[in-house]
Design a binder for this molecule. Structure first.
Ligand code: HEM
Length: 187
């Protein structure tokens, strides 16, 4: 139930997948919105604090997810997948993991560029480590945005792939990420 089986995803992988997906899309929207806020807007400081704190939370979830994935292998691909689709999906998943960690690392470098620690929900702080690189905040900011756009675009293609499997190939690829992998797909 909690663990993946050779046929389907378990509850832990499913919960982590959808939680991270939801929060990543939310953080992307919040990030774009907050950069347009006026300096005198009361949310000018609150929104970035929230964005950073939630970003650290996602980082924790991603570490958990990676750890879970390492001790709990994913189910075998559905037999309907072509060799190209198998390779492409493996590559896309690895890229999504890599890009998400890279976005978070760049976000950390923006927040701590001036040597101040990153405060998480006012509960604890993550100290600055790498500071004083030339134009650190601006450069890390450009990289953070570019990588975040790449994550959202790749996640969009990935979601389209899942929908194609569900509606065109009519296999269990999407169903098993929705906790319904044991049901017989529509014919
Ligand atoms: C920001 C959004 C998303 C991210 C970062 C993401 C990331 C991932 C990753 C890394 C995996 C590999 C399995 C794992 O490690 O848990 C995965 C699997 C999967 N995702 Fe997503 N995902 C996102 C959104 C979506 C959406 C919107 C859909 C559906 C419309 C979707 C459908 C699936 C399915 C069906 C699988 C299982 C694929 C398989 O078994 O080969 N994902 N996703």
């Amino acid at each position: 139930m909690l663990r993946n089986t050779p046929e389907t995803y378990g509850l832990v992988a499913i919960a982590l997948h959808w939680l991270v997906a939801l929060v990543v899309v939310g953080l992307f929207g919040l990030g774009l919105w907050m950069t347009g806020l006026d300096y005198y807007d009361p949310r000018y400081r609150q929104a970035p604090d929230l964005h950073k704190s939630i970003g650290v939370l996602v980082c924790g979830l991603m570490v958990l997810r990676l750890g879970w994935r390492l001790v709990n292998p994913r189910p075998a691909p559905e037999p309907t997948l072509t060799p190209f689709e198998r390779t492409a999906s493996r590559l896309a998943h690895a890229l999504l993991y890599g890009l998400l960690f890279a976005v978070m690392a760049a976000g950390y470098l923006i927040s701590t560029a001036d040597g101040r620690p990153l405060e998480v929900f006012g509960l604890f702080e993550i100290p600055a480590t790498l500071v004083g690189l030339p134009d650190q905040a601006d450069l890390a900011g450009d990289i953070h945005l570019a990588l975040a756009i790449a994550v959202v675009c790749l996640a969009g293609v990935h979601a389209l792939g899942a929908l194609k499997h569900h509606f065109i190939d009519r296999d269990k690829t999407l169903l098993r990420m929705l906790g319904r992998g044991r049901e017989t797909p529509k014919t």
